[in-house]
Design a binder for this molecule. Structure first.
Ligand code: FES
Ligand code: FE2
Length: 388
């Protein structure tokens, strides 16, 4: 018999075939700011591409470019930063952060057009993000990403203080799974109903967690959606009156950048970033970084974060061997899975239509409800689970 916490070994092929595009368009975290010193260069493979991440020598500006030199293809990550340029190791051409050729040591006739492809970059709250669209270079215009990441004032003004980070490493899952997870409200109780010792899989006997999840797309920013969940405890069958935590999870884009506000009534607030970066179609690099009210005991903060990570690992165990059902058989009381899938289409290179593109640019309308069938959101088969 296979126990649930043992990972199954399953073939990738049928899984890969079942999922939507593995590299949706959006903002992705590439590194912590502290990992890239002035003049530093890093090579990163992700999202089906090869990138070089570098920081200018005499400023703080960070740049992301395709790693292959436009001249004869050497890997720029083997090169050096020279002032505000990166120098290729092969023939020593230099490129600015916007991809222009700034110097060719053996020629004074420089190509005028932008040569190396560069991407929009943001350095925010101790992390470096870039905007990636796999299909269309104009959508990678560094000056005009289709939407931006949120600034969190409490992190800037110091009300919430930095308290830690955690590198979960590479996790076997498709990037859509965490997004689906929040609309799939029916899994909360069966999968996350057991209270566990934070950071572990060890259940606390007699203590259950009661969830009240609610999913909603953002009404003003079409690329955002939210989940609110009031969490209560049941001890030896009796529900405690006081809620344990009130969680508000926000998705900024296609499941790549998530923020959590977890409020413990009477004790304070924890703010958590969770980021997913696809390193292959079924594998994500996952990182956490958190902040909290200054007065909250650090151990308590660590328990709150670890409590969430324990729950999330319960999902990971399922995600690592499942397929994606484009035509799921749903029950009447399943969550709004099709609505969520329609929302998600705006990020898919092979699904994006003109109206979703203009929505992302105009930021006026919430995700529209379209009835067309597609690999990501097909007709409801099992009743009105997507009530609207
Ligand atoms: S390959 Fe980069 S300068 Fe020639
Ligand atoms: Fe879950």
């Amino acid at each position: 018999m296979i126990r649930r916490h043992q990972a199954l070994r399953v073939s990738d092929a049928p899984r890969l075939e079942s999922y939507p595009h593995p590299y949706p368009e959006g903002w992705y975290r590439l590194a912590a700011s502290s990992e890239l010193r002035r003049g530093g260069v890093r090579y990163i493979e992700c999202l089906g591409g090869q990138f070089v991440l570098w920081r200018e020598e005499d400023g703080d500006a960070v740049h992301v470019m395709d790693a292959s030199c436009p001249h004869l293809g050497a890997n720029l990550a083997l090169g050096r930063v020279r002032a505000d340029c990166i120098e290729c190791p092969f023939h020593l051409w230099r490129f600015t952060g916007s991809g222009r050729v700034a110097r060719i040591p053996y020629s004074d006739r420089l190509p005028q057009r932008t040569a190396a492809r560069s991407y929009p970059v943001r350095e925010l709250h101790g992390q470096i993000f870039f905007y990636h669209a796999s299909d269309d270079t104009t959508r990678n215009d560094p000056a005009q990403p289709p939407y931006d990441l949120p600034k969190i004032p409490e992190l800037d003004d110091g009300r919430l203080a930095y308290r830690g980070q955690h590198d979960e490493g590479r996790v076997g899952m498709h990037i859509i799974e965490f997004v689906e997870n929040v609309a799939d409200t029916a899994h909360f109780q069966p999968l996350h109903g057991q209270f566990r010792i934070p950071w572990t899989r060890i259940p606390v006997p007699g203590v259950e967690t009661i969830h009240s999840p609610q999913w909603m797309p953002d009404q003003e920013q079409s690329w955002a959606m939210h989940l609110v969940d009031d969490v209560a405890l049941k001890v030896l069958g009796r529900r405690l009156e006081r809620p344990l935590a009130l969680a508000h999870v926000s998705f900024w884009g296609p499941g790549s950048v998530m923020t959590f506000r977890i409020r413990l009534p009477g004790l304070g607030e924890v703010f958590l970033f969770q980021t997913h970066l696809p390193v292959s179609p079924l594998e994500q690099q996952v990182d956490f970084r958190w902040y909290a009210d200054r007065g909250m005991p650090r151990l308590l903060v660590r328990c709150v974060v670890g409590g969430w990570i324990s729950q999330w690992r319960e999902d990971v165990e399922i995600w690592g061997s499942k397929i994606y059902r484009s035509r799921p058989l749903l029950a009447r009381d399943d969550g709004p899975i099709h609505t969520m899938r329609r929302w998600y289409r705006q990020f898919l290179p092979d699904e994006r239509s003109e109206d979703t593109q203009s929505r992302m640019h105009s930021a006026q309308e919430p995700a529209e409800r379209r009835e067309t069938e597609s690999p990501i959101g097909a007709a409801t088969l099992g009743g009105n689970a997507d009530r609207r």
